[in-house]
Design a protein around this ligand. Sequence first.
Ligand code: ADP
Ligand code: MG
Length: 665
Amino acid sequence: MSKRTKWDTKGDLDESKNLPIYQHKATLQQAVKDNSFLVVTGETGSGKTTQLPQYLHQAGFWSNGKIGITQPRRVAAITVAQRVSQEMHCSLGREVGYQVRFDDCTTQDTVVKYMTDGCLLREILADPVLSQYSVVILDEAHERSLNTDILLGLLKQTLSSPDKASKGRSVPLKVVVMSATLETDKLSVFLGGCPVFTIPGRTFPVTSKFSCAIGPKDTESSVYIKEVVKVALDVHTSEMAGDILVFLTDQQKQIFQPPPPGIRKCVVATNIAATSLTINGIKYIVDSGFVKQLNHNSRVGMDILEVVPISKSEALQRAGRAGRTSAGKCFRIYSPAFWEKCMPEYTVPEIQRTSLTAVILTLKCLGVHDVIRFPYLDRPEERFILEALKQLYQCDAIDRRGKVTRLGELMVEFPLPPGLTRALLQAASLGCEDLLLPVAAMLSVENIFIRPGHPEKQKEADKKHRQLGVQAGSCNDFTMLLSVFEKCKASDAPSAWCKDNYIHWRALKSAFSVETQLREILLRLQKKRDFPMEKFDGNKSELFRRCLCTGYFTNVARRSVGKVFCTMDGHGSMVHIHPSSTLFDQEAQLDWVIFHDLLVTSRIYIRTVCPIRYDWVKDLLPKLHEVDVYELSSVAREEVTDEEVAKWMTKETAKRQTEGSAEAV
Ligand code: ADP
Ligand code: MG
């Protein structure tokens, strides 16, 4: 180690002693020793996430088991683990490590483990009392992610029944729940009135200014992006020194033009910067007022990523980021009327707005049969629970009495959406998992197709992608994924191949790793004696598509007129094939299709599409067919023009949005 790095490390350590949490080290160590449950709260940046696990490590908790810290976001789990491993002078993956879905960076030496809440939930499945841990810290509980909420309920249930809690453990488990300064009393009451430790804050005043650019009627994303750019540039030219933090929704960051470099830092971020990660030196906030959020859309019966107004409490969190080191300013690009009319008081917890299918299956596999009376911090609507049960029943994961089937027990082992898992297991039972494993992996990583901003390059990329489609033979979006996976894998120079074909090499590399991991899970399950096996006589293309149908039968659509398709799941939504599909512009030749997911803009688009024959879905799942036979015939036969559908769609979208914000309030 060079002198210089030694000096740097010392600097870091001193810095951690300046954090507000440092003065409470001994009290916190004692409080965790004295209580089964403890709620810890404090302003963002006070040192909760990076310091408390180290304090517990120093207090010797590691000798009874790991110290686990959950994060709702994978990026946060990885970055924080990196930071803490530096502070503890160890290489990442040794004493300090992290685990997120499909990426495990831990070893036998790991005693401080950062992970996503989803990973801990999977561990509970295999080991309900978490015997490997001495302390579990549920961080960012105020975010109210679905998995953290479920973990809260499960740990409450386990620890409040002494029999269950001590089984298989030598010392009792300690649970710490950490949260920004929101809802802490509610958390404490939920956890049986446990103590709340508040780290006294150190914040400076932030003045907030509204603008009239975004009013209650402006919900088109193009409007707010322009305005955000304008305001950020204004701040840059007219405000004193200090860095800028801009809150946008994910993909728009590409079009954002940063101010000239070298003068000041301008960070463009999503919600993650509100509390999960601390960026030093921020003095100005530009708040777009929007966030990209996964919402369950009961009209189409699926979760959809939507751009929606943030809540007032989220806006306050965002503004607070400007006051960490000195007084700051927050520029809101929306009007006071937008604040009043469009922004709900609080963000609706994920458990009340997304599909519960995977989580309900997990609960059932953990022996929680009464999923309606499970201790939820905020109860999801009963119809969401019933919808999840219906979906689990439809894909044979539970039986008519709500008991988990053999297939359901296999399905819960895969960190994939239930439909995709069902298709994969079907393929495995027919001995053709090699067709579905790569597809499942490709659907689990970020988008693999590069879409360049430059129009000429875009044309070139489109051409290359089309060629890949043609080479894939029987063309649909699933075979396309399979073909890209196989071609790249077989290539001598895979990264050059990707560059040449406008494919993200990094995404494909992840897909290779994900495929291996899924294959390992499958092999482990196949070794069990009663793994189901079936026979099929037909060609490979039909076999492949029929396996897909087994999982995606709920996502079936039939072309009604022109380029408009109608979904057959009882919701009868009018949908279009997304322009990124290999089947785009070939609609006239299609009749029945299945699809992986939906994208809602002014229209509803279906993405990752595959043509099928009605016979295949009809025979596969009479459950769906029986229920929806009426709608299937009436809606599909109706003569509607594109214009009419578009008009109807806009009205419906508007209605849904007002309903949505009413529910949120
Ligand atoms: P909290 O969880 O209370 O919001 P953190 O423990 O995340 O606080 O952060 C405490 C301090 O540690 C921050 O003020 C920041 O200065 C520093 N810090 C955290 N993560 C990093 C990182 N990845 N790189 C540099 N500094 C960091
Ligand atoms: Mg934190």
